[in-house]
Design a protein around this ligand. Structure first.
Ligand code: SF4
Length: 218
């Protein structure tokens, strides 16, 4: 991309990111604009200082921040069910522990301009921990997750751009994992069982949303 085009695109997406931050703030989230993914990583490491246990919801946006080693160096208990070589029983045990961890980290499948976080899950462990349980939740939302429309548009974004490549990434036997398109399947390994809309800050959770002016995750 030419430098001037890049500059204009960055300017435009910053305006949208800041509009989302304003909408989230109005809904009592701690919403923060981050110009870069590195700013988001630094923010999380700072917020994690008082946490003993840190849960990872399985988000590519969070994985791309590469903060696990920094958190481990701080002596945190890392609760990541995506670590390789875990047995199914170990994975489930970690997902249950995530529900009561001190700090839970997640991406979001979509965030609307008026500040709703919209997600679709297969197991529900990720969305459950976003809503209630952990003392603090930090959601990382790249600019590509912003939806300029209503909740139906947010769900459409997830079914168009997020769920099929995630199904493929996770090795699921679903139609979308081979075609790239959602066919609203009834496959046993369907990853779209639960749809959540976090409309404003859950009462008992210290809830932060980092809106990042970079594309992050799916
Ligand atoms: S409903 Fe089925 S086909 Fe559609 S995105 Fe979800 S898993 Fe894929």
């Amino acid at each position: 991309m030419q430098p001037r085009t890049l500059e204009l695109n960055t300017w435009s997406s910053e305006k949208k990111c800041r509009a989302v931050v304003a909408a989230l703030t109005k809904k009592h989230f701690t919403a923060v604009y981050c110009a870069t993914a590195q700013e988001a990583a630094d923010y999380i490491l700072k917020q994690a200082e008082t946490a003993q246990s840190v849960g990872f919801g399985g988000s590519l946006s969070v994985a791309d921040l590469k903060i696990t080693s920094g958190l481990a160096a701080q002596g945190k208990e890392i609760l990541n069910h995506g670590f390789p070589d875990l047995t199914p029983e170990q994975r489930v045990a970690i997902m249950k522990r995530q529900q009561t961890c001190d700090l839970f980290l997640s991406g979001t499948n979509a965030v609307t301009l008026d500040g709703c976080l919209v997600n679709i899950d297969g197991n529900g462990n990720r969305v459950a921990a976003m809503i209630y349980g952990p003392s603090k939740v930090i959601v990382v939302a790249g600019r590509n997750k912003i939806v300029e429309g209503d909740l139906a548009d947010a769900i459409k974004r997830i079914k168009d751009k997020s769920a099929p490549p995630n199904a493929m990434r996770l090795g699921k036997q679903t139609p979308c994992a081979s075609t790239g398109f959602c066919s609203d399947c009834d496959a046993p390994q369907r990853i779209c069982h639960i749809t959540t809309i976090i409309d404003s800050k859950p009462t008992l959770t210290d809830f932060h949303v980092l809106v990042v002016n970079e594309d992050m995750g799916l």
